[in-house]
Design a protein around this ligand. Structure first.
Ligand code: ZN
Length: 131
């Protein structure tokens, strides 16, 4: 397993990390298999979505903020970051991508994003490749 530290730059941000997964595949030497990436945090997540038009990511952040507002009088969690916890679970904590010919097998517009919901801060990213 390869561990990365990813520094996020904003409170809420989708940071593309596709190259980190490819780096782990390259180091493993595995040509056919599965790459699994895990974000071990409760206020961040990971997802696969479009990496061509940056408006997609910005619209996703808008839609998540609209669905899960930062402040709500019903929230009870004392740390004050309930929305970040909810969005973390919505996005999930891991993704898996097929590996073929030593490369990530994606559709044309797909990329992997670390989703920051309570930044900026340093996040861990764990990547393993199973051949
Ligand atoms: Zn919290």
């Amino acid at each position: 397993m390869k561990e990365f530290t990813v520094r996020t730059n904003s409170h809420t941000e989708f940071l593309e990390i596709t190259d980190r997964l490819q780096e782990a595949i390259d180091e493993s030497g595995i040509k056919e298999g599965i790459c699994v990436a895990v974000v071990p945090h409760t206020t961040a997540g990971i997802t696969i979505n479009e990496n061509a038009d940056p408006d997609v990511v910005s619209d996703m952040i808008y839609a998540l903020d609209k669905a899960v507002p930062w402040k709500d009088p019903h929230y009870r969690h004392g740390e004050g970051n309930t929305a970040a916890h909810v969005k973390s679970s919505i996005m999930g904590h891991s993704v898996h991508v097929l590996v073929r010919g030593g490369k990530l097998q994606f559709g044309t517009w797909q990329g992997v994003y670390l989703c920051e919901f309570d930044g900026p801060r340093s996040r861990n990213l764990w990547v393993t490749v199973i051949g």
